[in-house]
Design a protein around this ligand. Structure first.
Ligand code: NAP
Length: 482
């Protein structure tokens, strides 16, 4: 019998798996075993990339036999049932101490469940969020692995070798145990939804109020990409807006149907945040904005409803563009602040020791939300690891303070002009809510006590209280009421 030759294996050779396998094979010291349920993809990959030196296998048994111990396999298959099927098959042919890594977009609670079940066999299971799409998988993604510290010992050097590099540091860190990696990847995607929607709202304002063409707006975005907004998403926005449709000669953005799709990770972020009680309003509005766009029947029926709007004329276009830029930056700070709040709450709920500054660091390259700005987040958490809200860190608080007049002008102007800015507006509202001295939540507590005897607390005394609303309306200590 021949000795196993591969130090790493990949199962699932569609877009992501084949690129990740090529990335692994291109790094010194790696020999990669590959397997796909249907052999065609395996055959195509070895034929197109002989330089990779792949060890092609056609059964799970062959795949396991090709791997040195402890066997390490990265699964890149369709999330959900596909992942469960591959895990079942691998646990039949792997042994205690081996490592199964799920690099797909799994829901973190599925990862927690899978990790628990696989651990009982003595095999390590690691859920690893991988961001960067096809290109990232090939050239260097941002990787967010969970799982045990023991698995990380073996896996760490391999993942470091294929990850993107930001300022000399690989964009991968052991995020925490069981589902921590997939949780953080989910929040990354939620922030990505907010970031994209904010950019879209800025574009809409520049076009509809500023009267600029897509090509002119592309130039503005390219310019913004040289400053504090520098990021992959701003960069690609300029590219998309520059693109002219070959068939019609129109800007491509004008011939693309205005109904945004979604694969579900944004909705997962919002659902999880609701469960954790964290207001991720910017992310939620971004998810809802895509849902609204994809309701053609409702939009057609509502198209003739009155606007009741006022004309918004811009005298100083340069000043208006700067207002929009500042509003975008402030809203972006809120989206990230809310995303990190969700990470903190998730870590508390699931007992993960997540280093927030490290997360910002591994998002600096390889992933979709990569941006300069993330260095500032790392610095903020380094200066104060117990920071209660990112937006209160001196750098971000100053940045928002500087943007406030612009932000308010943009949100109020858009409301008067009848232009939807759900993410700009909700972010500003969140900011105003957070900084409020008193909130009308006091009245909500009064209402709750009125109809449901839910009790309230007072600002001047300890304890919980209930008012006898249907009696003489005296206040009693809630303890006396029961
Ligand atoms: P995909 O289209 O999500 O999945 C196709 C792959 O899954 C094929 O290799 C398919 O094998 C395999 N598969 C499906 N059901 C299976 C089963 N029951 N048993 C064994 N194999 C099964 O592939 P992808 O786009 O490359 O994505 C892979 C994973 O990465 C997904 O979880 C995805 O969410 C995640 N991801 C994707 C991106 C992206 O940009 N595409 C970015 C980040 C993360 P056959 O060839 O035999 O059908």
């Amino acid at each position: 019998m021949t000795q196993p030759q591969a130090n790493i294996g990949v199962v699932g050779l569609a877009v992501m798996g084949s690129n990740l396998a090529r990335n692994l094979a291109s790094r010194e010291g790696n020999t990669v075993a590959i397997f796909n349920r249907s052999y065609e993809k395996t055959a195509t990959l070895i034929e197109q990339h002989p330089e990779a030196g792949f060890i092609a296998t056609s059964t799970y048994e062959e795949f396991a036999a090709a791997l040195q111990k402890p066997r390490t396999a990265i699964i890149m298959v369709q999330a959900g049932r596909g992942t469960d099927a591959v895990i079942d098959a691998l646990t039949q042919v792997f042994e205690p101490g081996d490592i199964i890594v799920d690099g797909g977009n799994a829901l973190f609670t599925d990862t927690i469940r899978r990790e628990k079940a696989v651990r009982e066999t003595g095999i390590n299971f690691v859920g690893a969020g991988i961001s960067g799409g096809e290109e990232g998988a090939l050239k260097g993604p941002s990787i967010m692995p969970g799982g045990s510290a023991e698995a990380w010992q073996t896996l760490g050097p391999i993942l470091r070798s294929i990850a993107a590099v930001a300022e000399g540091e690989p964009c991968v860190t052991h995020v925490g145990t069981d589902g921590a990696g997939h949780f953080v990847k989910m929040i990354h995607n939620g922030i990505e939804y907010a970031d994209m929607q904010l950019i879209a709202e800025a574009y809409d304002l520049l076009r509809r109020v500023g009267g600029l063409t897509p090509a002119e707006i592309a130039e503005i975005f390219a310019e913004w990409n040289t400053g504090e907004l520098e990021s992959y998403l701003i960069e690609i926005t300029a590219e998309v807006l520059k693109q002219v449709d070959a068939t019609t000669g129109k800007p491509l953005v004008d011939v693309i149907l205005d109904q945004a799709g979604a694969k579900g990770t944004g909705a997962w972020t919002v659902q999880s945040a609701l469960d954790l009680g964290v207001p991720v309003s910017g992310i939620a509005e971004a998810v809802f904005a895509r849902s609204l766009s994809s309701k053609p029947a409702q939009r057609a029926a509502a198209r003739t409803l009155p606007a009741g709007s006022q004309e918004w004329t811009v005298d100083d276009r340069a000043a208006f563009v700067e207002d929009v830029r500042r509003a975008l930056y402030a809203s972006k700070i809120i989206a990230y602040s809310q995303g990190f709040d969700a990470i903190v709450a998730g870590a508390e709920q699931y007992d993960w020791d997540i280093k927030k500054g490290e997360i910002a660091k591994i998002w600096r390259a390889g992933c979709i939300i990569r941006a300069q700005f993330l260095n500032r987040i790392t610095e903020a958490y380094a200066a104060d690891p117990e920071l209660v809200a990112l937006v209160t860190a001196p750098y971000f608080a100053d940045a928002v303070a500087g943007a406030l007049p612009s932000w308010r002008r943009v949100v109020s102007g858009a409301a008067l002009a009848g232009i939807p800015t759900p993410t700009f507006a909700s972010s500003l509202s969140y900011y105003d809510g957070l900084r409020a001295d008193r909130l009308p939540a006091a009245l909500v507590q009064g209402q709750r006590d009125f109809f449901g005897a839910h009790t309230y607390r007072r600002i001047d005394r300890e304890g919980t209280f209930h008012t006898l609303w249907s009696g003489d309306r005296t206040e009693i200590s809630a303890a006396d009421a029961h």
